[in-house]
Design a protein around this ligand. Sequence first.
Ligand SMILES: Nc1ncnc2c1ncn2[C@@H]1O[C@H](COP(=O)(O)OP(=O)(O)OP(=O)(O)O)[C@@H](O)[C@H]1O
Ligand SMILES: [Mg+2]
Length: 487
Amino acid sequence: MVQKRVLVVDDEKLIRWSLSRMLEKNGYLVEVAGSGAEAREQVEAFNPHMILLDIWLPDAVGIDLLNEFKQKNDDLIILMITANAQSDYVVQAFKYGAEDYIGKPFKLDMVEHTIAKAFEKKSLAQAPDDFGQGVDANVELNQMVGNSPKMIEVFKNIRLCAESDCKTVLILGESGTGKELVAQAINQHSARSEQPFIELNCAAIPENLLENELFGHQKGAYTDASSEEKGIFENANKGTVFLDEIGDLPLSMQGKLLKVIETKRFRRLGGKDELETDVRIIAATNRNLAQMVEDGEFRGDLFFRLNVMVMRLPALRERKEDIPNLVQYFVAVLNKEYGRQIESVAAKGMDCLIDYDWPGNVRELRNTIERAIMLENGKVLNPRCPGCENSRHVGGDRQIPSVQPDGAVSTISSAPVEDDYSRLPAGGMSMDEMEKELIVQALVQFNGNQTEAAKHLGISRDTIRYRIKKFKLSGFGKDRKNNKASA
Ligand SMILES: Nc1ncnc2c1ncn2[C@@H]1O[C@H](COP(=O)(O)OP(=O)(O)OP(=O)(O)O)[C@@H](O)[C@H]1O
Ligand SMILES: [Mg+2]
């Protein structure tokens, strides 16, 4: 369940303190503001579900703020606090959508009750199995989802990086935490967003081609160089270069990159003249660069240069409160992608997803939801994650293999996988369902490669194509991780 966020706005320090203590004790996330200006900032940054709003503030009238906040977000619950409730104000407040009124001085247990009642009324404590209404058919792709304080901090830093135009940004985080999304978001919100954004996966390009990719070459620089060609630093001029997997950049290239960062100048391969480039470099890695420096695998001076504006992305297990929102988002996105109509997620399935530790982070969660959607014919999704006992199948207790972050398929069943399929589950299972599940697994295992999947299942390519169409599985199993343009 999402932890509810409450903003306390009052100019009296003691009131802010006593209300926040009571709220925190009751499990709410709390922020405080002592003025109208601070309240506006917190509403942006903290995105509260509820505001306890004093009527008299040094720089604003609470009623005006109430109106302003409700106009922007009608779902926001606002409780007014005042020492001297004047009927005009009370009427006005309710007209503008205040939920309730708390008179000063107040008894904390009364306030506690009023808050709980207001949340109950709005039923913000949505059961995880009941978000069908909330699944937005117009959901936008490539959004970053997250309401946890850690993700809110990430969003704040994205804005900071985007606005500051600092020349390097380093994004760190485990695999699947969203480093690439963050790089794109920084670009989109920056003044450079209309300029080129060029991505290079340092791990995907052979060492001998990297220099050419980055710096380009003059005609005749080497045997195949029949004409001159610009490299990334020239093509991305005024824009952004995203160096993904920077930890995999060979040492030979690290020195050259450092020079570009320090002097903004470089030479094409075989070129005599130094060319200028104005690029912002966003680098990302899931490797421990400091350790690599110690081990002599990464240049200390380059690390020092990159280690200025650093964003660390939290692992999903550190912000489990984001899981329901992420699930809701992926269901909406994948519904759209595959033309499905999943309306809700079974509570048991959601509990499982929340319990699991997600070593492959958001990518693994997305893969799990995708797989569950492929296997679901009804409107209620019953996802199961690796390690989970809850099976959606008629066979109930049967363990089915699950997708690992690297696309491999594993099972936590102690019995070999073959055993699972050699016996009919007690509750029966349709041939179609069995067939579909095997195809899904093979596609996942081979990253959507139909030829490999067909070979593995001992059927022809035509047969697998026909089945994929029949079960509406097209596009399924392709590892998005490798979908990025390499340059
Ligand atoms: N906060 C988020 N909200 C929605 N989707 C997310 C979020 N974080 C990650 N994803 C999704 O998870 C997948 C992995 O994200 P991304 O490729 O950005 O991770 P990464 O940190 O670059 O991983 P790697 O180190 O393996 O390259 C993508 O499909 C991405 O869209
Ligand atoms: Mg990445």
